[in-house]
Write a protein that binds this ligand. Structure first.
Ligand SMILES: Cc1cc2nc3c(=O)[nH]c(=O)nc-3n(C[C@H](O)[C@H](O)[C@H](O)COP(=O)(O)OP(=O)(O)OC[C@H]3O[C@@H](n4cnc5c(N)ncnc54)[C@H](O)[C@@H]3O)c2cc1C
Ligand code: SF4
Ligand code: SF4
Ligand code: FES
Length: 472
């Protein structure tokens, strides 16, 4: 796109004289004088793509030459004349809308736009009555340009062209932020097949189907909340590990997906089927790991009682996959242990920042802890620390768009905030979670709910601020 300059120019749109900045798009210049041009693949916060062409207008340049251009990405200049309603423009739009209606005959937005141009039925062959994606690419652009995750993109060519996750498999990267679903002009279900956008209505459905208890706006749905210290020397009170072990001993779990250090501090998701494996994975690794493909893999291998431990984004993904899996494998039982999470870090960058800020090698850390605004690294019994704010360069892209601190959709949520040192805060959200807790031995303590609520509100506010340009 051409750079917008500060230079003011004058152009004509539908006979109206318009003052605009040189390089601004025709679409924006027209808006200024109340001339609305229809768009489908355009979003103010994203780079123009020029895919749908419904925003076509006719221009006359300084030499008197006329042509059709897309107004969402065509830059204005001194002396330009624009006609947004010429015969040629109407003909072009009609043709494009007819093509779109033939592609997506049941999509209300396309039906309405086509209807406004007098097209009720396309004269063309309808390939798939259920198709609802117009290939505008807004979902892929928002995911890459703003969220910074790039979980989806275009694949294939010609009639096979579609937007999907790599290899058309369940996404290991999607954080379920919902931005793609918000910007999609057709509410396409396609973008929800192998990614996990969770909008309010999806969250309510999960709560109704899987959770039980009273709904608190900051803490989510729950029946019980307390501080607990188990016999496991874990990250905090070792409750995540203690619950997994108990679940396996009681026969509620036959495999679990946990996160283990691989090389140095670098972590990976692994599947474990015994207590030894669960114990080896205790302790927090403050980085995001790819987990979701493991869930499908385990079910396909014949496991029917699977537990997964993850951050709120992973919990959202697991709930979505659980619903998909239940259709094909109705006997599948998935237990979801959710961790509290304000943000996670990119391993390589966290290592670099740790060296710069603390002068130590993260790979040699025996334990890392983020607590009360401090980042602490323990090496050979010595603790090195700094303010967690100094790690901002290492934060995973996308975390700023995430609004869940307490894993609101888990069966049991576990964190450290709200409890005293050495204790885990435990939030029980379902009958499955309650059953998992039965017979687990731990020392119970008080929890400060207001401390948890405070961080929950902070995280929601941060996400809301980042989402503002997306929600036009
Ligand atoms: C990225 C991240 C950020 C967090 N931020 C906060 C926070 O801001 N405030 C807060 O109160 N708590 C936070 N936690 C949770 C906290 O660090 C503890 O994990 C939690 O209190 C459980 O402690 P525990 O002693 O019961 O866990 P343990 O019994 O030690 O078990 C830890 C479990 O977590 C799993 N795990 C470890 N790393 C990861 C990972 N990267 N992704 C998925 N699973 C993992 C392990 O597989 C293990 O099963 C965060 C956790 C993560 C992973
Ligand atoms: S939910 Fe968020 S992370 Fe996932 S595909 Fe959509 S925009 Fe990307
Ligand atoms: S803040 Fe935590 S839960 Fe949210 S996207 Fe980042 S890692 Fe996932
Ligand atoms: S809105 Fe301009 S090309 Fe789609």
């Amino acid at each position: 796109m051409e750079e917008q300059s500060e230079k003011e120019i004058t152009l004509q749109i539908d006979g109206v004289e318009v003052k605009a900045k040189e390089g601004e798009t025709i679409l924006d210049a027209a808006k200024k004088v109340g001339i609305n041009i229809i768009t489908l693949c355009h979003h103010q916060a994203l780079s123009p793509f020029g895919a749908c062409r419904v925003c076509s207008v006719e221009i006359t340049d300084n030499r008197g030459r006329k042509r059709i251009v897309t107004s969402c990405n065509y830059p204005v200049y001194e002396g330009l004349t624009v006609d947004t309603r010429s015969e040629k423009v109407i003909r072009t739009r009609k043709l494009l809308l007819e093509l779109l209606l033939a592609r997506c005959p049941k999509v209300k937005k396309i039906q309405d736009l086509a209807g406004a141009y007098g097209i009720r039925k396309p004269r063309l062959w309808i390939e798939d009555e259920e198709e609802d994606c117009i290939l505008c690419g807004l979902c892929a652009r928002v995911c890459e340009e703003l969220i910074g995750v790039s979980a989806i993109n275009f694949a294939n060519r010609g009639v096979e062209r579609e937007v999907t996750a790599p290899y058309d498999a369940l996404s290991d990267d999607c954080i379920g932020c919902g931005a793609c679903a918000i910007v999609c002009p057709t509410d396409s279900k396609r973008i929800r097949i192998n990614t996990y956008p969770m909008l309010e209505e999806d969250i309510r459905k999960v709560e109704e189907k899987f959770l039980k208890g009273t709904r608190d706006k900051d803490l989510g749905v729950y029946t019980d909340i307390f501080a607990a210290k188990s016999s496991v020397d874990g990250q905090d009170g070792g409750m995540a590990t203690a619950l997994l072990i108990s679940g396996m001993q009681k026969g509620l779990i036959d495999a679990a997906i946990v996160v283990q250090r691989k090389e140095g501090y670098k972590a990976e998701a692994i599947t474990v089927e015994d207590i030894d494996g669960i114990m080896k994975a205790k302790g927090t690794k403050y980085s995001r790991v790819k987990m979701m493909s493991k869930l499908e893999e385990l079910i396909k291998k014949g496991k029917r009682k699977v537990a997964i431990v993850g951050t709120p984004c992973e919990v959202r993904a697991a709930r979505k996959i659980q619903q998909i899996l239940l259709r094909d494998y109705p006997t599948v039982e998935i237990i979801i242990l959710g961790l509290f999470c304000y943000e996670s870090f990119i391993y390589e960058k966290l290592k670099e920042e740790t060296r710069k800020l603390l002068g130590v090698d993260l790979d040699k850390a025996e334990k890392t802890q983020i607590s009360k605004g401090k980042y602490i690294v323990e090496i050979e019994g010595k603790a090195y620390s700094c303010s967690v704010r100094k790690l901002s360069k290492a934060v995973e892209e996308g975390c700023e768009y995430c609004n869940d601190f307490v894993s609101k959709l888990a069966d049991v949520s576990i964190g450290s905030v709200g409890s005293m040192e050495g204790y885990s805060t435990v939030i029980v959200r379902s009958d499955v979670g309650k059953k998992l807790l039965e017979d687990v031995k731990f020392i119970k303590g008080d929890v400060k709910k207001e401390e948890i609520a405070k961080l929950s509100v902070l995280k929601e506010k941060r996400a809301k601020k980042h989402f503002a340009p997306i929600i036009q």
